[in-house]
Design a protein around this ligand. Structure first.
Ligand SMILES: O=C(O)C[C@@H](Cc1ccccc1)[C@H](O)SCc1ccccc1
Ligand SMILES: [Zn+2]
Length: 154
Protein backbone atom coordinates (compact mmCIF):
# COMPACT_ATOMS: atom_id res chain seq x y z
CA UNK A 1 0.00 0.00 0.00
CA UNK A 2 1.45 3.34 -1.04
CA UNK A 3 0.46 6.44 0.95
CA UNK A 4 -2.33 8.33 -0.86
CA UNK A 5 -2.12 12.12 -1.24
CA UNK A 6 -5.18 13.95 0.07
CA UNK A 7 -6.92 17.03 -1.34
CA UNK A 8 -4.84 20.15 -0.74
CA UNK A 9 -1.45 18.51 -1.21
CA UNK A 10 0.56 20.29 -3.93
CA UNK A 11 1.28 17.10 -5.89
CA UNK A 12 -2.45 16.88 -6.75
CA UNK A 13 -2.37 20.36 -8.31
CA UNK A 14 0.68 19.85 -10.51
CA UNK A 15 0.65 18.94 -14.22
CA UNK A 16 2.36 15.54 -14.26
CA UNK A 17 5.54 14.95 -16.30
CA UNK A 18 5.53 12.60 -19.34
CA UNK A 19 6.95 9.09 -18.87
CA UNK A 20 10.08 8.63 -21.01
CA UNK A 21 11.73 5.52 -19.49
CA UNK A 22 9.81 2.23 -19.64
CA UNK A 23 11.98 0.24 -17.20
CA UNK A 24 11.48 -2.23 -14.37
CA UNK A 25 11.05 0.62 -11.90
CA UNK A 26 8.00 1.81 -13.89
CA UNK A 27 6.61 -1.73 -13.84
CA UNK A 28 7.13 -1.86 -10.07
CA UNK A 29 5.31 1.48 -9.58
CA UNK A 30 2.35 0.25 -11.66
CA UNK A 31 2.23 -2.95 -9.58
CA UNK A 32 2.23 -1.01 -6.30
CA UNK A 33 -0.46 1.39 -7.60
CA UNK A 34 -2.65 -1.57 -8.62
CA UNK A 35 -2.42 -3.09 -5.13
CA UNK A 36 -3.09 0.28 -3.48
CA UNK A 37 -6.16 0.81 -5.69
CA UNK A 38 -7.48 -2.71 -5.01
CA UNK A 39 -7.01 -2.32 -1.24
CA UNK A 40 -9.05 0.89 -1.43
CA UNK A 41 -11.77 -0.69 -3.62
CA UNK A 42 -11.11 1.86 -6.33
CA UNK A 43 -11.76 1.57 -10.05
CA UNK A 44 -8.83 3.79 -10.92
CA UNK A 45 -5.76 5.47 -9.46
CA UNK A 46 -3.34 8.09 -10.87
CA UNK A 47 0.40 8.39 -10.10
CA UNK A 48 0.07 11.88 -8.54
CA UNK A 49 -2.24 10.29 -5.93
CA UNK A 50 0.71 8.22 -4.69
CA UNK A 51 2.99 11.29 -4.75
CA UNK A 52 4.54 10.53 -8.16
CA UNK A 53 3.98 13.41 -10.61
CA UNK A 54 4.06 11.19 -13.72
CA UNK A 55 1.61 10.80 -16.63
CA UNK A 56 0.53 7.32 -15.61
CA UNK A 57 -2.73 5.90 -14.27
CA UNK A 58 -4.57 2.59 -13.91
CA UNK A 59 -8.23 2.10 -14.83
CA UNK A 60 -10.07 -1.02 -13.76
CA UNK A 61 -13.82 -0.95 -14.14
CA UNK A 62 -15.82 -3.56 -12.24
CA UNK A 63 -19.37 -3.66 -10.91
CA UNK A 64 -19.68 -1.80 -7.61
CA UNK A 65 -22.51 -0.49 -5.40
CA UNK A 66 -22.71 2.78 -7.32
CA UNK A 67 -22.30 1.27 -10.79
CA UNK A 68 -23.74 -2.26 -10.54
CA UNK A 69 -23.82 -2.55 -14.35
CA UNK A 70 -20.21 -1.41 -14.81
CA UNK A 71 -18.32 -3.69 -17.23
CA UNK A 72 -15.67 -6.03 -15.84
CA UNK A 73 -12.29 -5.21 -17.40
CA UNK A 74 -8.74 -6.26 -16.67
CA UNK A 75 -6.79 -3.39 -15.05
CA UNK A 76 -5.25 -1.25 -17.81
CA UNK A 77 -2.06 0.78 -17.32
CA UNK A 78 -2.39 4.09 -19.24
CA UNK A 79 0.76 6.14 -19.93
CA UNK A 80 1.15 9.58 -21.62
CA UNK A 81 -2.58 9.71 -22.48
CA UNK A 82 -4.28 12.08 -24.97
CA UNK A 83 -7.99 12.62 -25.53
CA UNK A 84 -8.31 12.96 -29.34
CA UNK A 85 -12.10 13.41 -29.62
CA UNK A 86 -15.00 13.76 -27.19
CA UNK A 87 -18.75 13.33 -27.76
CA UNK A 88 -21.02 16.38 -27.51
CA UNK A 89 -23.24 14.28 -25.27
CA UNK A 90 -22.46 14.63 -21.57
CA UNK A 91 -23.69 12.34 -18.78
CA UNK A 92 -24.03 13.10 -15.06
CA UNK A 93 -22.77 10.47 -12.64
CA UNK A 94 -21.65 10.04 -9.06
CA UNK A 95 -17.90 9.93 -8.50
CA UNK A 96 -15.66 9.41 -5.55
CA UNK A 97 -11.94 10.10 -5.23
CA UNK A 98 -9.34 8.24 -3.18
CA UNK A 99 -7.81 11.63 -2.38
CA UNK A 100 -11.09 13.08 -1.11
CA UNK A 101 -12.32 10.31 1.19
CA UNK A 102 -15.97 10.12 2.33
CA UNK A 103 -17.10 12.51 -0.40
CA UNK A 104 -19.24 11.74 -3.46
CA UNK A 105 -19.98 14.34 -6.13
CA UNK A 106 -22.17 14.50 -9.21
CA UNK A 107 -19.86 15.12 -12.18
CA UNK A 108 -20.68 15.70 -15.87
CA UNK A 109 -18.48 13.69 -18.26
CA UNK A 110 -18.41 13.07 -22.02
CA UNK A 111 -20.39 9.92 -22.84
CA UNK A 112 -17.70 8.77 -25.32
CA UNK A 113 -14.05 9.74 -25.96
CA UNK A 114 -11.37 8.70 -28.45
CA UNK A 115 -8.10 8.18 -26.55
CA UNK A 116 -4.45 7.44 -27.38
CA UNK A 117 -1.92 6.23 -24.79
CA UNK A 118 1.10 3.98 -24.28
CA UNK A 119 1.02 0.70 -22.33
CA UNK A 120 3.77 -0.54 -19.98
CA UNK A 121 5.86 -1.73 -22.93
CA UNK A 122 5.64 1.68 -24.61
CA UNK A 123 3.28 0.47 -27.35
CA UNK A 124 0.75 3.11 -28.51
CA UNK A 125 -2.93 2.21 -28.24
CA UNK A 126 -5.82 4.21 -29.73
CA UNK A 127 -9.49 3.42 -29.00
CA UNK A 128 -12.95 4.76 -28.29
CA UNK A 129 -14.23 4.44 -24.70
CA UNK A 130 -17.77 5.06 -23.51
CA UNK A 131 -19.93 5.02 -20.40
CA UNK A 132 -18.36 4.22 -17.03
CA UNK A 133 -14.94 3.35 -18.50
CA UNK A 134 -14.86 6.72 -20.31
CA UNK A 135 -15.79 8.32 -16.95
CA UNK A 136 -12.88 6.65 -15.16
CA UNK A 137 -10.46 7.68 -17.95
CA UNK A 138 -11.61 11.33 -17.73
CA UNK A 139 -11.37 11.31 -13.90
CA UNK A 140 -7.80 9.91 -13.97
CA UNK A 141 -6.79 12.11 -16.95
CA UNK A 142 -7.88 15.12 -14.86
CA UNK A 143 -5.54 14.01 -12.04
CA UNK A 144 -2.60 14.22 -14.50
CA UNK A 145 -3.59 17.85 -15.24
CA UNK A 146 -3.79 18.76 -11.54
CA UNK A 147 -7.62 18.72 -11.59
CA UNK A 148 -9.76 16.85 -9.03
CA UNK A 149 -13.51 16.19 -8.94
CA UNK A 150 -13.91 19.14 -6.54
CA UNK A 151 -13.15 21.42 -9.48
CA UNK A 152 -15.52 19.40 -11.70
CA UNK A 153 -18.47 18.91 -9.33
CA UNK A 154 -21.76 20.25 -10.68
O1 LIG B 1 -9.56 8.83 -6.99
C1 LIG B 1 -9.48 8.12 -8.00
O2 LIG B 1 -8.92 8.44 -9.05
C2 LIG B 1 -10.12 6.76 -7.97
C3 LIG B 1 -11.63 6.83 -8.02
C4 LIG B 1 -11.94 6.68 -9.49
C5 LIG B 1 -13.33 6.94 -9.97
C6 LIG B 1 -13.50 7.39 -11.29
C7 LIG B 1 -14.75 7.66 -11.81
C8 LIG B 1 -15.88 7.44 -11.04
C9 LIG B 1 -15.73 6.99 -9.73
C10 LIG B 1 -14.46 6.73 -9.19
C11 LIG B 1 -12.03 5.68 -7.06
O3 LIG B 1 -12.43 4.57 -7.76
S1 LIG B 1 -13.13 6.17 -5.77
C12 LIG B 1 -14.06 4.76 -5.29
C13 LIG B 1 -15.29 4.59 -6.16
C14 LIG B 1 -15.46 3.45 -6.94
C15 LIG B 1 -16.59 3.32 -7.76
C16 LIG B 1 -17.57 4.33 -7.80
C17 LIG B 1 -17.37 5.48 -7.02
C18 LIG B 1 -16.25 5.61 -6.20
ZN1 LIG C 1 -9.61 10.82 -7.96
Amino acid sequence: MLPIATYGEAVLRQVAAPVTVFDSELHQLAEQMLHTMQQANGVGIAAPQVHRSLQLFIMASNPNPRYPTAPIMAPQVVINPQILQASEQMVAGEEGCLSIPQQRCQVMRHQAIEVKYQDLSGEWCQEWLEGFIARIFQHEFDHLQGITLKERAT
